[in-house]
Design a protein around this ligand. Sequence first.
Ligand code: GH3
Ligand code: MG
Ligand code: MG
Length: 321
Amino acid sequence: MKILIIDDSKSSRMLLENFLFNFGYKNVHLTSSFKEARAFLEENDDVDLILMDILMPVIDGIEATRILKADSKFVNIPIISVSASDTIDSLDKAFEAGAIDYINKPINKVELRARVRSVLRLKQERDTRIKREKELEELTKKYKLMSGIDGLTGIPNRRSFDEQLAEEWSRANREKWAISLLMIDIDFFKKYNDYYGHVQGDNCLKEVSRIINTKLKRPGDMLARYGGEEFVIILPNTDSKGAALMGENIRAAVESMQLEHKKSGVSDYITVSIGAASGIPTSNLTPQDLIKAADKALYCAKEDSRNCVKVDNTINIIKAS
Ligand code: GH3
Ligand code: MG
Ligand code: MG
């Protein structure tokens, strides 16, 4: 347990240190002003308790407490105020500034021990709790990543998508049927975030993914979050006609949710642009070619008018030539 004493009187500092040493606290550091203490705190991020004299020249203990409590780096270090004046007024001020406890000079040994002990116990419990919460958060994140689920929307993430596409691609190759991909990108989403804020932006992403999911009817169809505001759909055994139809269904469904978007350049509501690509796998093609083609189609949709669907069914032709 690391304890920092801030007191301009040398005899007071020594006395406190001596008491603390006798209680078993060996890691005690002495400073004579707030300036000195602050420099120490900047260097030591593991201080567990501060004993702060109230009456000090230049910056007194009340002011010093206030400054530390306003700083996120130091806000969690408990401060016990130490003062010669036991007026209600200074006690009030110390608590108001953020001190957790208060002790009077001349120091009563028993009182000091009891207060230091209880404050340190509180600090320790708090630290343990925070550590556990952090561990749990990390675990949850790891679990979600491992399970292939996107944390925000609850739909499969990019990794799941890559795996599923590889699988569906081989199946399509075996069965000699067409496979389609839809790339979906929200229109003017940066402006949406800038205007409505990130929290609402996140909610919007959830809503959009939810509505898209309701449009997928076949068990093999898969919606995933491809990146920030981009979604992707795998449609096995579906040709370009079917992909165009699905794309239009989804585009219309998003638009008819009527999620207000005042800063959109194409509508009063949230809309999406969709690029579709279809093809029958051949030995000289990879899933990457399908992704590229869908991306190209999406680019065309953005270039054209946005809030529309473009289809690219050229992947077999390009590679054949
Ligand atoms: P365009 O119509 O051309 O697609 O314009 P855009 O603004 O949608 O496209 P751009 O790619 O320039 O911006 C994407 C923005 O999406 C950037 C960022 O503000 C937002 N975004 C990306 N990921 C997230 C996310 O996870 N949460 C939120 N709230 N916003 C995100
Ligand atoms: Mg966008
Ligand atoms: Mg984008």
